[in-house]
Design a protein around this ligand. Sequence first.
Ligand code: ATP
Ligand code: MG
Length: 341
Amino acid sequence: MNIIRKISLKNFRCHDEFALDCNRVTTLIIGENGSGKTSVLEAIYMALRGKSFKATDKEILRQEEEFFRAEVELNDGRKIIIRYSENPLRKEFEIDGKKTTRLPKKYHYPVVLFEPNNIYLIESSPSRRRDYFDELFRQIDLNYSTNLSRYNKALKQRNDLLKREDIRAEDIFSWNILCAQYGVELKQTRLKVLKKINELMTSNYQSIANNKDECYIEYLGENVDENEYLARLSQNFERDKILGYTSFGAHRDDYGFVFNGKNADGSASRGEMRSIILALKFIEAEILEKETGKQPVVLLDDIFSELDETRQKHLIHNFKNYQKIITSTNVPAEMQVNMSL
Ligand SMILES: Nc1ncnc2c1ncn2[C@@H]1O[C@H](COP(=O)(O)OP(=O)(O)OP(=O)(O)O)[C@@H](O)[C@H]1O
Ligand SMILES: [Mg+2]
């Protein structure tokens, strides 16, 4: 179950040189605010997913330095090195001696990342929720990742053209076709994966909350076929031209959390929302493992302070079979108990 063996960083955010041996089920990184804990998780995430979960390479490069390097050694012996330099601008991944500009998809490895702001997913903006689920679906389904980048490219072309004064409906028709083609694929994958998530949602929630409350995630978007999608884009042409963007499509859909039949945002309490998100995280790990055939690495960034002791217990218990790398400013209560066993 241990996937990551070692990590070493050079000029990575505040780290001049940093090395950590993490060949164990649970690694706890303790440090003060600003000591560079999240940065370590960021480097691991980059090695496993190909990009940071929050920043560009330029932002990551340690101030006043010319290059950064992150090296992550896996337990199967594979070594992933990320190099970035400015002047000349250069970025490369090196896997087992082979160099590439991007991390090849076959080397992507599933990760469950739990950050404090995930706790607020239910109340956050639709675009944050979209980004959250896009990233999850990308991990679960390789085709989703391809469809999403193709969709975004087509959408950008359509939006750019819509802003031109002399644009006519027929000028954007070919982009409508691509948006419809990829948009339908995205919607279908989202519905398919949400169905799997929802099959596990209530039971996971109930085991955390120890009651009979029910919850699921609703897809807030129309389930249309390619013809209907295309018709909608064509019908909306004049309106979209005035707006300067595409008002219908997969990029506008959202996710609603339903708690006992009502919108959780507005009806569920803070604690209930935390339990719903916790349930979602457990389900992510389960589905990722099932769909990819690989045991995800679990990165818990400063999450213990957000959870009460009961929820901390669930966190440790549910992720007991996964390699966990945990950051915190102090030793969480639940870990003190576990580590003394
Ligand atoms: N490119 C950079 N160069 C130098 N320092 C940076 C760079 N980017 C971020 N930092 C600094 O690195 C430090 C580490 O940030 P990080 O988020 O990893 O800390 P942390 O230990 O997770 O803190 P917290 O407990 O507050 O979450 C911060 O003080 C931040 O200001
Ligand atoms: Mg942090």
